[in-house]
Design a protein. Structure first.
Lengths: 235, 363
């Protein structure tokens, strides 16, 4: 089974091809160029390097939010266009799950945090359980919360935590101040969004029947637009 | 669907003297437009024949907020883009295999909204190998005139008036434009929206003012006709808008009841007078005898009538698109895209949305 993975939810642009249990190609960029100008040229480079016939792809996995609204939409519109043209389904992979999957197999409580501005983080809590094989389970589904609220929850859970994500540098001081549990940071190769993880986790979801028609796919923003929020507050 | 697609791909055979067979293929453009609050796709055959023109309008969503909310528009585009493109292909009776090139609006417009169409169009182009042609939104509006006026060809003068744009343009050739005049402040459509809000008509202002003006006296109140010193073709509508607001304040302070229809009609006449005067002056100075209008405000009945009358008087041929081609649509992008495609314009997979793309500019 061949899965194309795409993540443009944050500062990283990432594209990968996973075939069964093999990562055939992955291309990651964390550089100040808009995803609109990098994502497809990166996929084109992969296609050229591995002589990829796009029709041989079984499904397209995408980091489906939360994240930068514009970044998410560039990814969503791209996979929707690919899905329409190729007649292939979309596997929506919650962004935080995809990130946590970078740390597959750890005994630590995995806590990806993305800076969501307004003093909030997009976060979720994940563990890896040993069954017939190691499976990722969510202790807390992805959500947008204040960092202080997250810290309080982690203190109650009392487990050792592995942090990753672009929220780490932003909330490093707050961690020192608020956390009363041991915590660690993931290293460079696993501390940001990676399409290989999105594709590998996407493959699991696809096998569980979690996918949708490209026409129906839309990102999960976890937040209303500012105009809608202000209108609700007034009401 | 597959069969009807192939039928549309009918080929014409031309024989030349040396018995060399030249295959001239029909050109089918799939066009995508998402620059503001309309998600649109169309299929255009050989530049001027519209096989489908699908528009999903979000206007009801934005009416709640009194104007287009960019984030809401972008979210809606994502939800609708595939359905709209598929409907355009289906209604045209073609499949992607029949498409010669994909044209997409890449500016000007709302960046988040533009990115949806641009990203989807690029992805379809990438997956199929169909060439990609980026199109300027306003060049699309101008090109809408080619759809129902098969005899119209450049050069001609075009007045582009919409919610975001007011330009007097010389169309020198297909894809070649010279801006004669532009607004210095508000676009014409923007002035309509602001005045409509001030007199309690709500959004969108253009059609509402047009309608209520029919009940009013256009000479009831004299509002100023602004001229821009040193730039005879430029427009300025913010002074006019302020004059209307001042008039309304004055009425309130003096406890004089405001006649909504009279204000609307008088304001509209002030806008129309300026647009007509600049346009006719521009056509006469250019030495050309053809004049066209384009953009959302080009649907305004008072503007159309005044221009028709003025053109008749001056012996100028007057062209205008049907209202469905005046509003934001993809058919016009397909027409402009066709001429760009024929000129050899192709864009790469790194094509970006350019929210402030200038008319005639190429990226």
């Amino acid at each position: 089974m061949k899965i194309l993975g795409i993540d443009s939810s944050g500062l990283v642009a990432s594209v990968a091809i996973v075939e069964d249990d093999r990562l055939v190609a992955e291309y990651n960029l964390q550089y100040k160029i808009t995803h609109s100008q990098t994502l497809l040229p990166m996929l084109e480079e992969i296609r050229n390097r591995i002589h990829l016939d796009m029709q041989t792809i079984d499904a397209i996995a995408v980091a489906a939010g939360p994240g930068s609204f514009t970044g998410l939409r560039i990814g969503a519109a791209t996979v929707k266009g690919l899905g329409l043209a190729l007649g292939k389904p979309i596997i929506p992979v919650p962004t935080l799950e995809g990130m946590a999957y970078n740390c597959y197999g750890t005994d630590l409580l995995v806590c990806p945090i993305m800076d969501a501005r307004r003093n909030q983080v997009y976060t979720g809590l994940y563990i890896f359980e040993k069954e017939d094989r190691i499976r990722m389970k969510s202790v807390m589904e992805q959500t947008a919360v204040g960092f202080d609220e997250l810290a309080a929850k982690l203190n109650v859970l009392g487990r050792e935590v592995l942090f990753l994500g672009d929220g780490v540098p932003v909330f490093a001081e707050a961690m020192k101040e608020l956390l009363r549990i041991p915590y660690y940071f993931a290293p460079a190769h696993m501390n940001r969004q990676r399409a290989a993880s999105v594709a590998a986790l996407g493959k699991e979801k696809f096998e569980q029947g979690i996918f949708e028609d490209a026409a129906d796919h839309a990102p999960e923003y976890l937040r209303l637009s500012q105009a809608e929020r202000e209108r609700q507050e007034k009401a | 669907m597959e069969n009807s697609g192939l039928a549309c791909r009918e080929r014409k055979l031309n024989y030349t003297k040396g018995m060399v067979v030249v295959m001239e293929k029909d050109v089918f453009i799939l066009a995508v437009e998402s620059s503001c609050d309309e998600t649109a796709a169309a299929v255009v055959k050989n530049g001027r024949e519209i096989l489908s023109n699908v528009i999903y309008s979000q206007i009801d969503l934005h009416t709640l907020y009194g104007g287009v909310v960019p984030e809401i528009a972008s979210r809606k585009h994502i939800e609708k883009i595939n359905q709209v493109i598929q409907a355009a292909l289906d209604q045209a009776g073609v499949t992607l295999q029949d498409i010669t090139a994909i044209a997409v609006t890449y500016g000007p417009g709302l960046v988040g909204a533009l990115l949806v169409g641009v990203s989807a169009a690029k992805a379809i182009s990438f997956a199929t190998g169909i060439p990609l042609v980026g199109v300027h939104h306003i060049e699309g509006h101008i090109s809408a005139n080619y759809i129902e006026n098969l005899e119209l060809e450049p050069p001609f003068i075009c007045l582009v008036v919409s919610g975001g744009h007011s330009h007097l343009v010389k169309v020198k050739d297909y894809g070649e434009y010279e801006i004669l005049g532009r607004t210095r402040d508000d676009a014409a459509g923007e002035a309509f929206d602001k005045v409509a809000r001030a007199i309690g008509l709500g959004y969108p202002g253009g059609p509402k003012i047009d309608k209520v003006s029919k009940e009013g006296n256009p000479d009831a109140i004299h509002f100023p006709r602004a001229k821009v010193v040193g730039s005879e073709y430029d427009f300025s509508f913010s002074g006019l808008k302020s004059a209307v607001l001042n008039y309304l304040n004055g009425c309130e302070m003096k406890h004089i009841p405001v006649n909504q229809a009279d204000v609307a009609a008088s304001f509209q006449k002030a806008v129309v007078d300026v647009l007509v005067e600049h346009s006719i002056h521009g056509v006469k100075e250019s030495g050309l005898s053809k004049f066209a209008i384009a953009g959302g405000v080009a649907s305004n009945s008072s503007l159309r009538n005044a221009l028709r009358e003025a053109c008749e008087k001056e012996g100028i041929s007057f062209y205008y698109p049907s209202p469905v081609y005046c509003t934001d649509n993809a058919a016009m992008i397909g027409v402009a895209g066709y001429y760009e495609y024929q000129k050899g314009v192709r864009h790469g997979y790194d094509l970006n949305a350019v929210p402030n793309l200038k008319l005639g500019e190429r990226v």
